[in-house]
Write a protein that binds this ligand. Structure first.
Ligand SMILES: Cc1cc2nc3c(=O)[nH]c(=O)nc-3n(C[C@H](O)[C@H](O)[C@H](O)COP(=O)(O)OP(=O)(O)OC[C@H]3O[C@@H](n4cnc5c(N)ncnc54)[C@H](O)[C@@H]3O)c2cc1C
Length: 455
């Protein structure tokens, strides 16, 4: 007989301990909440995962103008609320207007690629409306984002694609401004910049957004169960048509399941093991010394050293900086980050990289005495084709997925959560959700043609 250690699936479920993220320094009252002391035995809809995707699905399953019978909805989160990638990210809300668009255009054609861009732009509006309407205190700030290139050839390639988009006469292109070397060094203040672009973007406190969504859902009837790890979803439904779901607190039977497990999806749905791979990233919080002079940087940044080598950055209202990335420093050391779900440890090759980063990178920070106050890792769900997987899980009626958001979930998840809620609650077909066609999960995408996960 197998021992319990052998029957458990240790990989790639969320690690038990984790590094301390800045965003989790102010915890919500619901952080370790359980709506009922016991796990319900049965539910209409079960959401697995308490990050942005699970929270958005939960919020949208309980619309303000609910019609018909309200379903029973339970959300299971293995650790505390928003303790995965969403609680450990860069807080950058930045639509991708031309970067991956180039890859998608090559692979799928300009129409499909532009559908993704338009979706991300529309998403910014929706988030703004939601945050204002529900009065969520999450530091949502809209500004410009600088995309700065340090390598002239890389910049020339990006400018070539930008010129191609301009030639297409696309409506969103007017928002993108090309920056000369003088602008990139003088206005954006980046040392050694060769040029770049700027466009509209934003930033926020991701944990507070998720807590806001969950508070509303709980107030409308969501049963939230934190610190409850799902270890298995049964392979067949019960005679009553329910999926048996095993957790470390017993079994719950669910008519429908939404997998919002992102990086950790393949532990519960092994068919996604090639399509969504857990990949670690590192992020930091940096502050200038009290009273020391430093240049305010109200815009957000991506600073690119070359293809695939970039650093993302936002400034908070208090002048402190959230900055992370620099994957190029550890990209070749696969064991440190690739297919690695452990956010309990830092990434060796990059863990000291951000010491002195602001002083080396920006004019006006030379005397700031800026130091790293927090550094942490998080696990992203890198998808093989860089696109999220949304929709019906192939061959599993009543099971849905919203996962595989890469390092780019903030400008897409709110509406993906809405779509998956509509599919689960109202049996809405994917085509009617308004999501880009490329986001739909499918059997073909489970055996991927591309492997973007290695960068
Ligand atoms: C360091 C870092 C920086 C990033 N920066 C940005 C950024 O600036 N902008 C941006 O757009 N994106 C960024 N991202 C990506 C972004 O954070 C993700 O795309 C997004 O948060 C994914 O949300 P999610 O809800 O799908 O996943 P998560 O937030 O990871 O939520 C999944 C949840 O499922 C739970 N779970 C998994 N398995 C189980 C199980 N078996 N049982 C119960 N619960 C389970 C996990 O514990 C987790 O809480 C970054 C990510 C990282 C790690």
């Amino acid at each position: 007989m197998a021992s319990s250690a052998e029957t458990q699936k240790p990989f790639p479920q969320p690690a038990a301990g984790y590094t301390q993220s800045f965003w989790r320094t102010e915890l919500d009252v619901l952080d370790s909440h359980r709506s009922t002391p016991e796990l319900p035995k049965e539910t209409d809809i079960l959401i697995i995962g308490g990050g942005y995707a699970g929270a958005s699905a939960a919020y949208h399953l309980f619309p303000e103008d609910q019609q018909g019978t309200t379903p029973n909805v339970v959300l299971l989160e293995a650790r505390e609320l928003c303790s995965g990638a969403t609680g450990r990210n860069g807080g950058h809300l930045r639509p991708d207007l031309y970067s991956m668009t180039s890859t998608y255009t090559e692979r799928y054609g300009i129409e499909a690629a532009v559908e993704v861009v338009r979706f991300e732009i529309s998403h910014m509006k929706k988030i703004e409306e939601f945050v204002r309407k529900e009065k969520i205190d999450c530091d949502l700030t809209f500004t410009r984002s600088y995309d700065i290139y340090l390598d002239a050839d890389h910049l020339a390639a990006a400018k070539g694609f930008y010129d191609f988009l301009v030639g297409q006469g696309l409506d969103f292109i007017d928002d993108i401004k090309y920056l000369s070397q003088e602008d990139a060094e003088g206005t954006a203040k980046v040392r050694g910049a060769k040029g770049g672009f700027s466009f509209s973007a934003g930033h926020l406190w991701p944990y507070k957004l998720i807590a806001g969504l969950i508070r509303i859902a709980v107030s409308r009837g969501l049963n939230l169960q934190t610190k409850t790890m799902v270890t298995e979803i049964g392979q067949a439904r019960t005679p009553e048509g329910l999926w048996p779901v095993t957790t470390d607190r017993g079994i719950i039977n669910a008519r429908k399941i939404i997998l919002a497990t992102n990086a950790f999806t393949s532990a519960l749905a092994p068919e996604y093991s090639k399509a969504i791979v857990p990949c670690k990233g590192l992020c930091t919080h940096i502050e200038a010394a009290p009273g020391a002079p430093y240049q305010q940087l109200p815009e957000t940044y991506a600073i690119r050293r070359g293809p695939g080598a970039f650093i993302y950055q936002i400034s908070r209202k208090d002048g402190s900086i959230i900055v992370g990335g620099a994957q190029y420093t550890y990209k070749d050391a696969h064991e440190q980050w690739h297919n690695n779900p452990d956010d309990g440890t830092l990434i060796k090759n990059v863990e000291n990289y951000f010491d002195g980063y602001m002083q080396r990178t920006f004019f006006g920070w030379e005397n700031s005495q800026a130091t790293v106050k927090h550094k942490w890792t998080g696990v992203m769900g890198y998808s093989a084709d860089s696109l999220p997987h949304i929709g019906d899980i192939p061959g599993k009626p009543g099971q849905f997925i919203a996962a595989g958001f890469n390092g780019h979930g903030m400008p897409v998840i709110f509406l993906c959560g809405k779509a998956i809620a509509q599919m689960a609650r109202q049996s809405m077909p994917f085509e009617e959700t308004g999501l880009p066609k490329l986001f739909e999960t499918s059997a073909a995408r489970l055996d991927p043609v591309y492997n973007d996960t290695l960068g």
